[in-house]
Design a protein around this ligand. Structure first.
Ligand code: ATP
Ligand code: MG
Length: 221
């Protein structure tokens, strides 16, 4: 199994109050598969994603990546996992405000041996794929919400990760643009890569190999 969660739980403590964001979540994700996760607001979808992406540590339970417990791995090991093996599109994008579209996309390549020219070329290829090559020099604040979302998607893919995590990647774009994003996802899967997508779009569920439903912190199917 590529990725597996075992009795995964997350409790946030805020102002002395405990919030059970995730309760005993178990799932198994095969290499090269497409999983779509849906469920009401607050049901724990983003929390699940951030634990699977090793951006946060569980309260109990664990996440296995290729048989290795990544949830309790060292900080260095987790950073390697995030940088080398996975790509993430955050629900709120998290772009660098003072960097242009292409510079944002090329950011994951800064740690590689590629020169600026090569990073630019690679970023432009990805921006082309998401239909934004003419916005490469815009700063995030000069882009629409849907354009920012697609810059974030291009950035998540630029280093050709094995797993793409995407949190509502089509929430702010029109149907036609969403269709292009889904075609891109289908392409990624046909390359044997793995997709884990939080989405309410029924088409994202139709395209998926597995649909996970969340409710009040639990995976109910
Ligand atoms: N850092 C945090 N500190 C405290 N509570 C949090 C934190 N992050 C999330 N929560 C709470 O955990 C629960 C699950 O949140 P989560 O963001 O995972 O939901 P979601 O399913 O992604 O919702 P949405 O569809 O609105 O994005 C919510 O009740 C939320 O308020
Ligand atoms: Mg969310």
């Amino acid at each position: 199994m590529l990725l597996e969660t075992k009795n995964l739980s997350k409790i946030y403590t805020l102002g002395g109050r405990q919030i059970h964001a995730l309760r005993d979540a178990n799932c198994r994700i095969a290499k090269g598969s497409w999983t779509t996760i849906s469920g009401p607001s607050g049901s724990g979808k983003s929390s699940l994603l951030s634990l699977m992406a090793a951006l946060d540590r569980p309260t109990s339970g664990f996440v296995m990546f290729e048989g290795e417990d990544i949830s309790f791995a060292s900080d260095v090991r987790q950073a390697w996992y995030r940088k080398e093996r996975i790509g993430i599109v955050f629900q709120e994008y998290r772009l660098l405000e003072h960097a242009s579209g292409w510079e944002n996309v090329a950011m994951p390549l800064v740690v590689t041996s590629l020169g600026r020219g090569q990073r630019h070329a690679r970023a432009m290829t990805l921006l082309e794929r998401v239909g934004l090559s003419r916005r490469a020099h815009h700063l995030p604040r000069q882009l629409s919400g849907g354009e920012r979302q697609r810059v974030a998607l291009a950035r998540a893919l630029v280093h050709e990760p094995e797993i793409l995590f995407a949190d509502e990647p089509t929430a702010n774009i029109d149907q036609d643009t969403a269709t292009r994003v889904m075609e891109l996802f289908a392409d990624i899967r046909s390359q044997g890569r793995t997709l884990i997508v939080v989405s309410h779009d029924p088409r994202m569920a139709e395209m998926a190999d597995m649909v996970l439903q969340m409710e009040k912190g639990r995976l109910i199917s």
